[in-house]
Ligand binder design. Structure first.
Ligand code: IMP
Ligand code: ZN
Length: 352
């Protein structure tokens, strides 16, 4: 077997943790075809829902794609199908623990409400437990920064309600959406309230330069940061931001292909991964939107290893260390640690 094929197998074989995956950004081409076939009018057939292999766009192009996807994913049936398929695909990629995130939506024409949307996602997660899939799945409710504080408060109430009903499958809140829209500082009281209610926070921060907004949100002490692309000075951030994140050891969810294809980072070599990894800071490799950006978690690990010259041991350690930052109970962390360690020994033995 050629060396490159062995390496692809290696990255696939690593047991992995995925902590930053938007449900509607993670739709595979197979699922998209299934959803389009179900639509009465195939008007959306020729609309773009993904970036091809080497294609790049801008953040604006990404958000145009999401508005097309949301027209296809507009019912509880679609939400159930998408979630089921996304979980199966991550399990096939050897992801052992997955946190999905998604923005609850009301769609009058199909009768979907925020509640029925959440219930469809939770049903898909529950039904996957009875299939032979070796994966644990949690759910984070997303606040879209375009939708305003009242909607955010409603999302917080829903997160608390469904956390209680779902026995901790719902674990927290995300802040996402177009980083140029609105002022994320408006949501700070909602995030503080979420923490008081025992919910975790995974916030998209500094996707684009905005020092004041970023510092104000960091002071809430989120449990994890999505991207953090522009925290450092060279990217429009500051030493103060880097020092704050480093001092509090707030883990970073890093999505290489997403940032390069969405052009918030010029190329893989210049990705902020290097800066944070070299600092010994908690870095979690994630996909963001595996459907939109045509990637997989194995591929993201392979890109990180090849771009930054990481050894097999270092890559395995990175996967294992991600366990410390999942939004789940300690006994699940311990179980995952044991099983990852066992796999680590086997993989290092076979890759010698
Ligand atoms: P959904 O929440 O499952 O419908 O997934 C799509 C949504 O995720 C988009 O409409 C955005 O709000 C959010 N999203 C996906 N990728 C990004 C990103 O890179 N930055 C900010 N928001 C994102
Ligand atoms: Zn994201």
């Amino acid at each position: 077997m050629a060396e490159s094929e062995t390496m692809v197998d290696f990255f696939h074989a690593i047991p992995k943790i995925e902590l930053h995956a938007h449900i509607n950004g993670s739709i595979s081409t197979g699922t998209m075809k299934k959803l389009l076939d179900r639509k009465e009018k195939k008007i959306l057939e020729h609309c773009k829902t993904t970036f091809e292999e080497a294609e790049r766009g801008t953040l604006d192009d990404c958000f145009k794609i999401f508005s097309v996807i949301h027209q296809i994913s507009d019912s509880t049936e679609a939400a159930y199908t998408i979630t089921t398929d996304v979980i199966r695909e991550f399990a096939e990629d050897n992801v052992k623990y997955l946190e999905l995130r998604s923005t609850p939506r009301d769609i009058a024409k199909t009768g979907m409400t925020k509640q029925s949307y959440i219930e469809a996602v939770l049903k898909a997660i529950e039904d996957c437990k009875s299939q032979d899939l070796d994966i644990v799945v949690k759910f984070i409710l997303a606040i879209d920064r375009r939708n305003g504080v009242e909607v955010a408060k409603e999302t917080l109430d829903l997160a608390e309600k469904y956390r209680n009903i779902s026995s901790d499958t719902v674990v927290g809140l995300d802040l996402s959406g177009d980083p140029y829209a609105g002022d994320a500082r408006d949501y700070i009281p909602v995030f503080r309230d979420a923490k008081r209610r025992g919910l975790k926070l995974a916030l998209h921060l500094a996707e684009v330069p905005n020092k004041e907004e970023t510092m104000a949100l960091l002071k809430v002490l989120p449990d994890r940061i999505g991207h953090g692309t522009c925290l450092h000075q060279e990217a429009g951030g500051s030493l103060e931001l880097v020092e704050f994140v480093a001092k509090h050891r707030i883990p970073l969810e890093l999505c290489l292909t997403s940032n390069v294809k969405g052009r918030t980072v010029s190329d893989f070599d210049n990705h902020q991964f290097k800066l944070w990894y070299d600092l010994g800071h908690p870095c979690i490799i994630c996909t963001d939107d595996k459907g939109v950006f045509s990637t997989s978690l194995s591929q993201e690990y392979s890109i990180a290893a090849n771009t930054f010259g990481l050894s097999n041991e270092a890559v395995l350690d990175m996967a294992c260390n991600s366990i410390e930052h999942i939004f789940a109970e300690d006994n699940l962390k311990a179980t995952l640690r044991d099983s990852f360690q066992e796999q680590r020994h086997l993989l290092l033995k076979t890759s010698d």
